[in-house]
Ligand binder design. Structure first.
Ligand code: HEC
Length: 312
């Protein structure tokens, strides 16, 4: 038996014993094109707020078919500064919170796995002391066209007026949810009355997948994944892996999972267009006190999109 065959046997045995696959070799990121994505602080600007003409100058055109990113890409820094300052849509600003941060984002695949790599600085982040377990959390949502609201508005498809710490929460601890899971959606959000056809919605793929890396400087990253449907739910087993380093105030984070990770996970296939969007909780923040990006498109191997996850 050759040495490599022996190694393979050992690796296979380990996989069986430990119940997980050994970490795969991540792509050589220096050879992958990168794009800057500006994530900004959204305050309490909800789905319902953004659809209301009296509140949001873009509401009518959004309803008529223009997507958020089509109007706002390039505005994020100004928007974030305004919202983080407490002058608009934010009754409880965090003192000294920067309004935005820029992440350098790259996608790649190795024929088996999709990888996303984010590099960003957390310079100037005050410690908000909301999440004492993690310094920073990095999340990506991914959607294959089945959730129209996320397709057009990224994270806003799941952010509501009555979710936790939002204006109409009334003390409730509601997580994110998708609009059609509610019997009725008003300016105040959807409340707790669920739609009659939940099973049908779910069977039709109306569900939003998310990946998350949970980070503390100098410690191994931990990964989580889940879905947003009538609520946000973490799912097990965890198919996503996370690796991260922190050096000189800069995070370098890689999230990945198998292209086909089984039931509950969006299959990632060549030629299909996916919507991705990012959220970063910096400075020990929780819930809505994060930075978010507008929606971006992503394709596997080839095609026309903001990000092409090429084979490395
Ligand atoms: C037709 C263009 C257009 C579209 C589409 C649009 N917006 Fe806007 N949005 C605006 C304009 C104009 C403003 C006001 C900016 C200003 O007053 O300088 C605004 C303001 C905002 C603000 C408040 C920050 C600020 O600078 O005032 C947020 C948050 C926001 N939009 C989010 C969204 C989201 C989320 C979507 C998609 C659901 C969206 N917008 C779609 C045009 C648009």
């Amino acid at each position: 038996m050759t040495n490599s065959a022996k190694m393979l046997l050992i690796a296979t045995a380990l996989t069986g014993i430990l119940g997980f696959a050994p970490a795969l070799a991540a792509p050589n990121w220096s050879a992958v094109p990168a794009k800057d994505v500006t994530l900004f602080y959204p305050g309490q600007s909800s789905w319902e707020w953004s659809l209301t003409t009296a509140d949001h100058p873009g509401a009518d055109k959004f309803r008529a078919g223009k997507n958020c990113a089509a109007c706002h890409t390039g505005d994020e820094k100004t928007m974030g500064a305004l919202l983080a300052s407490g002058k608009k849509n934010e009754p409880t600003p965090i003192a000294g919170k920067p309004g935005s941060l820029i992440a350098k984002v790259q996608f790649a695949n190795d024929g088996q796995n999709l990888y996303v790599h984010l590099v960003f600085s957390d310079a100037g982040q005050p410690n908000a002391k909301m999440d004492n377990a993690y310094d920073t959390k990095v999340a990506m949502m991914i959607e294959d066209g089945s959730v129209l609201e996320a397709n057009r508005a990224g994270c806003w498809g799941s952010c509501h007026e009555d979710s936790a710490a939002m204006p109409a929460a009334g003390g409730a601890d509601r997580t994110m949810y998708l609009p059609k899971t509610r019997a009725h959606l008003s300016r105040q959000g959807g409340g707790d009355a669920l739609a009659a056809d939940l099973q049908k919605l779910k069977a039709g793929g109306y569900e939003l997948e998310y990946w998350q890396a949970r980070l503390n400087p100098g410690k191994p990253a931990s990964a989580a994944n889940g879905v947003i449907f009538d609520k946000r739910e973490e799912t097990k087993p965890t198919a996503v892996t996370a690796e991260a380093t922190y050096s000189g105030g800069t995070w370098s984070v890689t999230l990945s999972r198998k292209l086909n990770a089984g039931a509950g996970f969006t299959p990632i296939i060549p030629g299909k267009r996916y919507t991705v969007a990012f959220a970063i909780h910096a400075g020990h923040t929780a819930k809505r006190f994060h930075y978010v990006s507008f929606e971006r498109s992503m394709v596997l191997d080839q095609g026309d999109a903001d990000f092409v996850a090429s084979k490395k």
